[in-house]
Design a protein around this ligand. Structure first.
Ligand code: GLA
Ligand code: ZN
Length: 651
């Protein structure tokens, strides 16, 4: 049995039974309460290395055998983790090279987690060894349905070994030619021309960190090494087990998750939004969250797994607010609606000590099943158990937002404009405007198949290679509708500016020349259709061609009356250009019209602004992200939604 063959969605979460060895009765109590909550699956072993290999090469799997067997006797499946997210002290003591060196060249001491060197041969060897032992022992255990590799892989290492690897990586990329590298990094600036490979070091605050091509290559290298590390663990598992593999991804921006996802059987992610915060409305938080769900789903165009979430609160937000009654169910249903194959929590039983002892859990320190959180978790478990038809269901989207990790790195690094350029936030703002029309959306990378979509928007797509430029050109000329914004196509894949006019390689497609970009103190406005829409942050000064439609003009500044929003027919398609950062008041009607023009229909007739609507399989999920009642209209029927309610309707 593997995760794909399970009848129901996964329901459960991270379980750390090794923390309770010596506490008589706790495991049995856990099993009883898991069953009461309809939990059918737990993740084991994420941080168990020290309890499995107490000294080098001396393995003790007895406790893991016991708990896996007990779980299985109770009908509970296991997602088994490899323990590389944190290592035992003996390993760091014996092999200090496994510990990371920070960018400021400080060697890390033993401690915490996620702090190993990504390229260390010793670390890879020790990890491969325990992974293989685990795969050999449990790869065919009937309870085990999937491998969970490591934990939230992140960060970089600047040790001598990583420096050497970086130079090797650069030699491959630049065909052993320092001339090529010097050109790509524009090293004639500030007298940086490299004449010998050992002169090159990773970026550092005590050395070089303002050469954009250099920074970009370092992030690419780190992302590649993380993927390589993941692959080395999978290879160790594959000696003995062909169960599906996954890794728990996060909302991190620094590594190319699209590339990593290609190496997984199912994409999983840890979802910890700041529900009920005081700087945005709940529906705004909901749209940001579903952007992430949709991105992880779109990576494989398949259901994903929300492998962690909290049933109540976390311990690491600035303010750790409880989820209001109903909010956990709603947030969980949102994940399911957007394609999750389960609802998994961190954690099943709350730790007694250390930093996560006040993090939410299914079972609290009281151990009581009449607790508010436990009751809500159990009710959701019952619901999911009764809806096996959700499993594996999928609905393709007709519209997509293009969000590119490499572009994120380049945009955050460029010197100029405003300090907070907000690439992901801007993609999320466009996504939210599209979502408020009531349709399904994909979030895709630049290597995705564009031909799936009638409409693609690509906010702030600053960095474009020749290949990406050609792809956009083909998509639009072939009939696609493409929405670009300010910062479109300024630089190539090495962050060297496009010459000859912007948007680089696409001036004819959008039917304009973008001459300058202004970062503004005071808001401006776009005047379109006799209405005024607020503009913040950026205004580009563009020159449309004669046959380009001008849909809006600037209200103020020395460019008052000049074009700000345009549309151009190119081949069989349409290219929109938003030269300024307009808000939801402008984007919502714009996308509504674009979807209508493209025959993309809202899933339901109408709904209040607190509501989010998504289709999965034959079901439409209507979700009220509000502590107040809201209404929606579907097939002529008015539906009243209670606070935080999710109503399901047949499509
Ligand atoms: C992450 C980790 C977990 C746990 C949770 C707490 O997602 O993967 O081990 O620390 O955060 O929110
Ligand atoms: Zn290293």
């Amino acid at each position: 049995m593997n995760i794909f063959e399970m009848k129901n969605l996964c329901y459960g979460g991270d379980y750390n039974p090794e923390q309770w060895i010596g506490y008589d009765g706790i495991w049995d109590e856990d099993l009883r309460m898991m069953k009461e909550a309809r939990i059918n699956c737990v993740t084991l072993g994420v941080f168990s290395w020290a309890m499995l290999e107490k000294e080098e090469g001396v393995f003790d799997f007895s406790w893991l055998d016991d708990i896996i067997n007990k779980l299985w006797e109770n009908g509970i499946h296991v997602i088994l983790a490899t323990p590389s997210g944190a290592r035992p002290p003996w390993l760091a003591q014996k092999y200090p090279e496994v510990l990371r060196v920070r960018e400021d060249r400080t060697k890390q001491l033993f401690g915490k987690r996620h702090n190993h060197c990504l390229t260390s041969p010793v670390y890879r060897e020790k990890t491969a060894r325990i992974d293989a032992e685990l795969a050999k022992r449990y790869g065919h255990h009937p309870a085990v349905i999937m491998w969970h590799v490591s934990n939230e892989m992140n960060g970089d290492c600047h040790c001598p070994h990583c420096q050497e690897k970086f130079r090797e990586w650069l030699k491959i990329k630049y065909h052993n030619s320092l001339d090529e590298l010097n050109h790509a990094w524009w090293t004639t600036f500030w007298s940086h021309t490299y004449t010998d490979w050992p002169q090159i070091e990773s970026p550092s605050t005590i050395g070089e960190n303002i050469v954009h091509g250099h920074n970009l290559d370092w992030t690419r290298f780190t992302s590649d090494m993380t993927i390589d590390f993941f692959k080395s663990e999978v290879a160790a598992i594959r000696k003995y087990s062909d169960l599906p593999v996954t890794a728990n991804l996060m909302d991190y921006e620094w590594m190319d998750y699209y590339k990593l996802a290609d190496n997984m059987d199912i994409v999983s992610w840890d979802n910890y939004p700041k529900w009920h915060n005081d700087d945005e409305t709940l529906i705004e938080t909901a749209h940001k969250t579903s952007f992430m769900h949709d991105m992880f789903r779109s990576m494989k165009q398949k259901p994903f797994l929300m492998i962690e979430s909290t049933p109540s609160l976390v311990n690491w937000h600035g303010v750790n607010k409880l989820k209001a009654p109903g909010m956990n169910t709603l947030a969980s249903m949102q994940a399911v609606a957007h394609g999750s194959e389960g609802v998994m929590y961190f954690q099943i039983r709350k730790s007694r000590g250390a930093s996560e002892k006040f993090h939410g859990a299914v079972i609290g320190h009281s151990g009581r099943s009449d607790a508010r959180v436990f009751r809500e978790v159990a009710a959701l478990g019952e619901f999911l158990k009764n809806h096996p038809e959700i499993k594996g269901s999928y609905t393709a989207s007709e519209a997509a937002v293009l969000y590119d990790f490499e572009n994120a790195w380049a945009v955050s690094d460029l010197c100029g404009l405003k300090q907070n350029r907000g690439y992901r936030d801007t993609c999320m703002a466009h996504y939210a405007a599209m979502k408020s029309v009531g349709i399904n959306i994909d979030v895709i990378g630049k290597t995705a198949d564009f031909s799936r979509y009638k409409v693609i928007c690509a906010p702030m797509l600053y960095m474009t290679s020749e290949g990406t430029i050609a792809k956009i050109r083909d998509y639009i000329s072939g009939g696609g509708t493409f929405i670009a914004t300010y910062l479109m196509s300024y630089a190539d894949e090495n962050d060297l500016c496009h010459l000859g006019g912007l948007p680089g390689g696409l001036m004819d497609v959008f039917g304009l020349w973008n001459e300058e970009i202004d970062s503004i103190y005071e808001n401006n406005a776009v005047i379109a259709d006799g209405k005024e829409y607020t503009v913040t942050d950026y205004c580009e000064l563009i020159h449309p061609d004669a046959d380009t439609d001008v849909l809006g003009v600037y209200k103020s500044d020395f460019y008052a009356g000049e074009p700000a929003v345009t549309r151009k027919k190119f081949g069989a398609g349409t290219a929109y250009y938003l030269a300024a950062n307009t808000g939801a008041d402008h984007l919502k009607p714009l996308y509504s019209k674009i979807f209508a023009d493209n025959d993309i229909k809202p899933l339901i007739d109408s709904f209040d602004e607190n509501i989010s609507v998504t289709r999965r399989g034959d079901t439409i999920y209507i979700m009220n992200f509000s502590g107040k009642k809201s209404t929606a209209v579907y097939k002529g029927e008015t539906i009243t939604l209670q606070p935080y309610e999710c109503v399901l309707k047949r499509a």
